[in-house]
Design a protein around this ligand. Structure first.
Ligand code: ZN
Length: 497
């Protein structure tokens, strides 16, 4: 009985996963290939797909199969599949269909309005639709939290991106991180003249060629993926079809280089999941935080290391005739320069988390009803001035810079900082377990670290809960200490502190 129920449930689930992956490909196409005139038609396609997928995710037969499997003796993989299916089913059925549809409609409209508002630096243009998005997501959070499933409405949203984590835990983690990061930044900023950026012209074709080479050097399998261009770089897909994008600025090769390395980190994670999990709920990364740990570790601990920068300097000289810096040391300093700035996505390793801390506090207050949308700009600006020491110059450098809130992503921002914390834990374990990593990086190679990550983290997909996965991989409890130690050591050396 229970075996038959499990097989029926998994067969149904495979169909849902296949449809969701096909829907994801429509999204990839919209950002990379779609002719501009097709936007409205594409919205119809995606809306229709979403309706089918939502109906499958709330299908009453799922409840019957789950009930038939209650108390059955199953292996760990089946247990984990049921855990994930139950989680998704509980979430989907708690949210009324008309509310889910209103969220989908409003957020797709809001994204366009946000883009216009950002281009015109016009906060007032964006606030009415943001108000609607916040109201709908609060309603959804209340539905999810009903009956005590979550202690707090914000937790109900956070749980979608980082299962099992609460807002209170995030607040405590960030409070522990802040003092050491702020102190380190003050010492760095007080350490003399800011480091110069690269100077030169780096032609588009050369950058794309280097991008392909970097993706390969970091383990990306082009037989099961491809590299294209988009306005904002991203990675999408899973299993045997995982795609990445980048963008090119001929005056600054670092944007393309580190976007490729970052997105390759996400993509290699997906490509390395055990093929047995393909088209099941386990056939993807464990959480957004774990995902970000893979991309950050590739980008920062490997890609911005002195050893790898030495190799990269030589590669740029070979490709472009000039690396944009007089020597290897100046190149390494330019790659890791700490400068004042407004924009999260351009922030260095040291200041990045400070951008996340303020977003987390603001969005949590919005969802908990402690901050009104009408007061958001004032709250953002005063918080930024307090945290960074200079005022926001215009809204597109302030509360209009990120797309997330317009598309309803509340509870997502903390996973970026969590990814950095996980990456710190993993890097400390790698440093303990592996010898010769620096020599490899000096040759532009990454095989040892990739092998370690594949074995300890990536192949498991979503088999384990996020924190359990990191703790099993490292043999130690998750802590912010390894990340902060790493940052203090790196930037003290760089700035002669
Ligand atoms: Zn990322």
């Amino acid at each position: 009985m229970s075996i038959a129920a499990y097989e029926a449930l998994m067969a149904f689930q495979r169909g849902t996963e296949a449809l969701a992956q096909a829907a994801g490909l429509l999204g990839w196409d919209r950002e990379t290939m779609m002719p501009p005139g097709a936007a409205a038609q594409r919205a119809e396609w995606m809306g229709a797909m979403e309706e089918v997928i939502h109906a499958r995710r709330t299908d009453p037969r799922i409840g019957e199969w789950l009930a038939a499997l209650e108390g059955a003796e199953l292996d760990p993989v089946a247990e984990a599949n049921l855990r994930e299916i139950r989680r998704s089913w509980e979430r989907a059925r708690r949210v009324p269909a008309d509310l889910a549809a209103a969220i989908a409609r409003t957020t797709s409209r809001a994204q366009g309005i946000w883009a216009e508002a950002r281009a015109r630096d016009d906060v007032a243009h964006f606030l009415p639709v943001l108000e609607e998005v916040v109201r709908l997501r609060r309603e959804e959070a209340a539905a999810l939290a009903e009956g005590g499933a979550f202690a707090d409405v914000y937790d109900a949203l956070l749980d979608d991106y980082e299962p099992g984590l609460t807002g209170a835990e995030v607040a405590e983690l960030f409070a522990r991180m802040r003092p050491r990061l702020v102190a380190l930044r003050e010492r760095v900023m007080g350490a003399g003249a800011p480091r110069p950026a690269l100077v030169g012209l780096f032609d588009d074709a050369g950058q794309m060629r280097l991008g392909r080479e970097l993706a390969e050097r970091f383990g990306y399998d082009f037989d099961r993926g491809r590299l294209d261009r988009s306005v904002h770089p991203f990675s999408s897909g899973s299993g045997n079809d995982v795609r990445i994008t980048t963008r090119v600025d001929e005056a600054d090769p670092l944007g393309c280089i580190y976007s490729v390395i970052h997105e390759t980190g996400h993509a290699v994670y997906e490509q390395n999941v055990d093929p047995a999990h393909l088209l099941t709920p386990l056939g993807r990364g464990a959480s957004m935080g774990v995902h970000e740990s893979q991309s950050r570790l590739f980008e920062n601990q490997l890609g911005r290391s002195r050893a790898f920068c030495n190799w990269l300097f030589g590669r740029l000289e070979a490709l472009f005739g000039d690396a944009g810096a007089p020597d290897r040391e100046a190149f390494y300093e330019a790659v890791n320069a700490v400068r004042p700035g407004y924009i999260r996505t351009e922030a260095d390793e040291l200041q990045y988390n400070l951008h996340i801390f303020m977003r987390f506090d603001l969005e949590r207050a919005l969802i908990r009803g402690e901050l009104a949308v009408a007061d958001l700009e004032e709250a953002w600006n005063s918080r930024f001035a307090a945290d960074f020491g200079y005022p926001v110059d215009r809204p597109s450098d302030g509360m209009l810079q990120d797309v997330h809130w317009s598309v309803g992503l509340f509870g997502y921002f903390p996973t970026y900082a969590l990814g950095n914390v996980y990456a710190g834990c993993l890097w400390a374990a790698i440093d303990r377990d592996l010898h010769g990593v620096e020599d490899e990086l000096e040759r532009g190679e990454t095989g040892m670290v990739r092998g370690w990550l594949r074995e300890r983290v990536q192949r498991h997909g979503a088999l384990l809960a996020p924190r359990a996965l990191i703790e099993q991989a490292t043999g130690a409890p998750v802590s912010e200490a390894p990340l902060l130690d790493y940052l203090e050591e790196k930037f003290s050396a760089l700035y002669g502190l």
